[in-house]
Design a protein around this ligand. Sequence first.
Ligand code: HEC
Ligand code: HEC
Length: 150
Amino acid sequence: MRFEGDIPVKRVLISTIAFIALGVVLMTGAFAGNLDSLRGNATLSETNEAGDINQVIENGRFAVNYRQQPPLIPHKIEKYQINLKVNQCMRCHNWQYAAKEGAPKISETHYTDHRTGERMDDVVAARWNCTQCHVPQVDAKPLVENTFSK
Ligand code: HEC
Ligand code: HEC
């Protein structure tokens, strides 16, 4: 006597074997090189070469394009950390160290609290995140047309 939901063992066995066989057939096909990726039979570096990384230009300074422009940085900066507590730019550009390091001191605007006009002895919070305004100078071509004029 058969109860409902009782699947004969033979049927389960046959479908399992068929499933595995199908998998094996598909896999052999793929490994035999019958499947081509969309970019053809080429390595990624052949079809999609990585672009050049712009190198920081360390000798000389770029002229600014308008009077208020933050000057570009004429040196590499990847080793200098800026976070909530630490600002390694300041170990050369703060007034106490600038002369010793031969670095220009940050200007007075960097010590001035913009809301109260008060002059501080250390860089103000509004100027803490240096790289928000200053970027290293590179020979980068404009990505899009720019019609800015002074
Ligand atoms: C080890 C010392 C040192 C550290 C750290 C340092 N700088 Fe400098 N920086 C210099 C020196 C030296 C110059 C001048 C280079 C020259 O005249 O060619 C300079 C120049 C600059 C200038 C150009 C100023 C001008 O008037 O043209 C900017 C902007 C600047 N740095 C920003 C930064 C920022 C932002 C950081 C942190 C990400 C930083 N620097 C970290 C030493 C340092
Ligand atoms: C909000 C934008 C802004 C931020 C943030 C900022 N700067 Fe500047 N920086 C300027 C501008 C604009 C100038 C041009 C002179 C001026 O307006 O004070 C300048 C000038 C300078 C100069 C040249 C000073 C001189 O007398 O020629 C140095 C060096 C400098 N910044 C370093 C830094 C460092 C280091 C930090 C981070 C601690 C920083 N700046 C953060 C906008 C900024």
